[in-house]
Design a protein around this ligand. Structure first.
Ligand code: FES
Length: 206
């Protein structure tokens, strides 16, 4: 018997139906499991295993390989700062340090309230818009240390239910990539990707 609600199972069925082989659905199902609990629980991974006819150990082997699958609870807002080469050369380490300082949260940790997780990440594919930052995987390009501080203050004060690229880019970004455009229409409601049209925003898959 499923531990997921009927609504979540409906999304799982739609995801599985997109692939000729059930097991190919494992990655979007892991994101779906994350959206249920906020992170990947053992129970969530066991549920995914049942949906794709694999063992929990096989599911864990996928989940543990990718850093975007969080197996511990993160904050309501997962703030990820790229420090790979392009962003590093444009001041990514300074942006990260500013956000750590403003939030009081060291790299890789979460505040006591469970509001903010701050982390450095490897290249997120927006090198032309360095420094690149994501909040719940919604992208902001051209972030400076001061803008990074302002972003943290905004998250702490405004506490938006949905974060989206367009709004954050206007408020906290500057230079963008020449191929800037990868964004989700509805934004993200938690520390996991929106991956529309089977997304985490209610109604996004309609
Ligand atoms: S190096 Fe930062 S996005 Fe590529």
């Amino acid at each position: 018997m499923s531990v997921w609600s009927e609504e979540v199972q409906e999304r799982a069925r739609a995801i599985v139906a997109r692939y000729p082989e059930k097991r190919s659905a494992i990655m979007p199902l892991l994101y779906l499991a994350m959206s249920v609990n906020g992170y990947l629980t053992d129970e969530g991974m066991e549920e995914v295993a049942r949906w794709v006819d694999l063992t929990p150990a096989q599911v864990l082997s996928v989940a543990s390989f990718y850093s975007m699958y969080k197996r511990e609870r993160t904050g309501k807002y997962l703030v990820s700062c790229c420090t790979s080469i392009s962003c590093m050369l444009a001041g990514g380490d300074d942006v990260l340090a500013a956000m750590e300082d403003e939030s009081g949260v060291p790299d890789g940790e979460t505040d006591e309230e469970g509001l903010l997780t701050v982390e450095h990440v490897e290249c997120i594919g927006s090198c032309g818009g360095a420094v690149a930052v994501q909040v719940n995987y919604e992208l902001i390009e051209g972030v400076t240390p001061e803008k990074g501080r302002a972003l943290v203050r905004w998250l702490k004060e405004a506490r938006p239910e949905v974060v989206n690229t367009d709004e954050m880019q206007t408020l906290f970004g500057s230079r963008t990539s020449f191929d800037w455009a990868v964004k989700e229409e509805g934004g993200a409601v938690g520390p996991y990707p929106a991956f529309q049209p089977l997304g985490t925003v209610r109604g996004g898959d309609e």
